[in-house]
Design a binder for this molecule. Structure first.
Ligand code: ADP
Length: 572
């Protein structure tokens, strides 16, 4: 951003509480500005008058001018000092010490900080300066906090560390042997550093509840990775406001989504419809002949058998309710894709238990059935697959908004026609040429991943959860934009897995969908799915606008590139 010279030297400083204040040159003196100025003006003119009169006397008495007494030397020094001050006051900067130069650069950065990269490209003025905290002190907060430093091992722990290093105590057994998950993680970490000779400095150990992940989220922990969480929105969705937590290290992403939310809100909000809600699991079973495999298929598809099968399936959980079984024969193998509702759980465990019950039951009528695997990939979990794109998996959601033409111009800085054309050539035609599978969008996975990480979802399910068809159409005589995202496989839950961890749970709480919904089981998870779709809608709108306006690269170079010399980062 271009820096403009001000008549009086000023800069914006941020106080520790994040509030901005204007700093002037005269702040160096503990006096009000008008007094400081008066002192320097008086000094300058009095000293100048004194020197002129003394030199006039010298000329009269034929004394050389360069012969100076002490009072004249002091007067010259005072004259120069007050002259420098007055030049500074009038904004004429002729002396620049290295530290002043640094401050100048700070001013540029701070002036830039008043601009929000609100669209992976576009710059929006911040509404106010107050409250913008300087990012510098927060950067090493965890490492510098003495309370977070790991204490040296005790003599007893030292013995255990040596045993783990020697291989006499298996690392995985530390939790069960010690009965203290934090201590186990600390010992494992120290042993790992000694075995590998690599430092784990920077990977925090303190400040985490290791008991909460035991047997549920992560084995053999040695610390935890920190990911910043940003907030986009609020997003007006189905008449409610949602502040969207996004865990990401990709600069621009939160700001971009935020801009999309703004455009949606100013246009009256977005609305969503949940089309389908069912998690799937598809075991593969083998017979001696294709005929036998087909016989089981017909048995499963006979409506008369469905009631029995669903009764057996539903015994596994209060929340798992069988919806359908879709069968596919491959030679003498049969793949049965069970689909069931799972309440507020994402549901992989729940559906697997139900499937196991049914397989055990089928073994009675089909003793020659050989169960090859409870998952035969026709499910299909964590892999790109047309079956999820076509049939859906988890929650299928469509979300739409009408963005008014003037909002497209003012907030998104582009035109309706440009967006429609770009969407057709990029998200539809371009993706078709690329042979995309569910990838008919600009960057749905960016938003899905960030929301998933923040809210404790399984990040690997980003694959099918990011299947998204983005559509844009000019409506109202080409003045306004209809935009929609259709997402058939959003796999989310608000109970189980990582959702129970403290930080992820806090993000779910922010969205008002923490834990199980007791009045209407499943409604928290369904609500979360619509928020994911709404956030994707905002993200699509903003990035597409940035691309249409041709500002993507410029913005990323500005906000997504650290000035840090990456060549200095190496292994320790
Ligand atoms: P997943 O199937 O997603 O892996 P889990 O089986 O680990 O999830 O967690 C679901 C657990 O939460 C089950 O034991 C289930 O009985 C319990 N639960 C409690 N309330 C609900 C609810 N409203 N919806 C779904 N599950 C619930």
């Amino acid at each position: 951003m271009e820096q403009t010279r001000k008549p009086m030297k000023m800069e914006v400083k941020f106080a520790e509480n994040g509030e901005a204040k204007v700093v002037k040159a005269s702040d160096a003196l503990p006096l009000p500005l008008y007094l400081t100025n008066a002192v320097f003006f008086t000094l300058f003119f009095s000293v100048a008058y004194f020197l002129l009169t003394s030199w006039r006397e010298k000329i009269r008495s034929h004394t050389p001018l360069h012969v100076l007494n002490l009072s004249e030397i002091v007067s010259i020094l005072v004259l120069v000092a007050s002259f420098v001050y007055l030049l500074g006051f009038f904004g004429i900067d002729f002396v620049q010490t290295p530290s002043l130069k640094d401050e100048e650069e700070d001013i540029i950065v701070q002036e830039d900080a008043h601009i929000v990269p609100c669209g992976q490209a576009l710059e929006c003025p911040r509404p106010q300066i107050a409250g913008i905290a300087s990012p510098k002190p927060a950067q090493k907060a965890i490492v510098e906090n003495p309370a977070m430093e790991t204490p040296p091992p005790t003599a007893e722990d030292e013995e255990i560390i040596k045993a783990v290093v020697a291989g006499t105590i298996p690392s995985y057994s530390l939790e069960s042997k010690l009965g203290d998950c934090k201590r186990a993680a600390s010992i494992r970490r120290e042993a790992l550093q000694r075995i590998t000779g690599k430092s784990l400095e920077g990977l925090p150990l303190e400040g985490f509840d290791y008991e909460s992940i035991l047997g549920q989220c992560c084995e053999m922990p040695v610390g935890y990775v920190t990911i910043p969480v940003g907030i986009a929105g609020p997003l007006m969705l189905d008449g409610r406001e949602f502040s969207i937590p996004m865990a990401t290290t990709e600069g621009c992403l939160v700001a971009s989504t935020n801009r999309g939310c703004k455009a949606i809100n100013l246009s009256g909000g977005a609305s969503s419809v949940l089309l389908k809600d069912g998690m799937t699991r598809a075991p593969v079973v083998r017979f001696n002949s294709a005929r036998r495999a087909a016989e089981l298929k017909f048995y499963m598809e006979d409506p008369e058998n469905y009631e029995t099968i669903s009764m057996v399936f539903n015994k596994s959980s209060r929340f798992g309710r069988l919806q359908s079984v879709q069968c596919a024969v491959a030679g003498k193998n049969l793949y049965m894709r069970f689909c069931c509702s799972t309440g507020d759980a994402m549901g992989m465990n729940m559906v697997s238990k139900g499937v196991q019950n049914v397989l055990d039951f089928l073994q009675n009528d089909f003793p020659d059935m050989d169960v090859i695997g409870i998952s035969g990939n026709y499910c299909s979990d964590k892999k790109p697959a047309a079956v999820n794109w076509i049939e859906g998996r988890g929650k299928s959601v469509v979300c739409e908004a009408v963005i008014k033409g003037d909002i497209v111009t003012k907030v998104l800085k582009t035109k309706v026609a440009a967006l429609v054309e770009l969407n057709m050539l990029k998200n539809l035609t371009g993706s078709a040429i690329a042979g995309a599978l569910g990838g008919f969008n600009a960057h749905a996975s960016n938003i899905v991943s960030a929301v998933y990480l923040a809210t404790g979802q399984d990040p690997a399910q980003n694959i099918e959860s990011s299947h998204c068809l983005t559509m844009m159409e000019a409506i109202n005589d080409g003045n306004d934009l209809h935009v929609s995202v259709t997402m058939p496989s959003i796999e989310v839950g608000t109970v189980g897995g990582g959702t129970q961890l403290a930080s992820q749970s806090a993000c779910l709480n922010l969205l008002g969908v923490k834990g199980a919904n007791r009045e209407a089981p499943g409604s928290n998870a369904r609500q979360l799915a619509t928020v994911v779709a709404g956030s994707v809608l905002a993200g699509e709108l903003s990035l597409m606008s940035a691309i249409a306006a041709g500002q993507l690269v410029k913005s990323h170079m500005k906000y997504n590139r650290s000035s840090k010399d990456v060549t200095t980062v190496s292994s320790a």
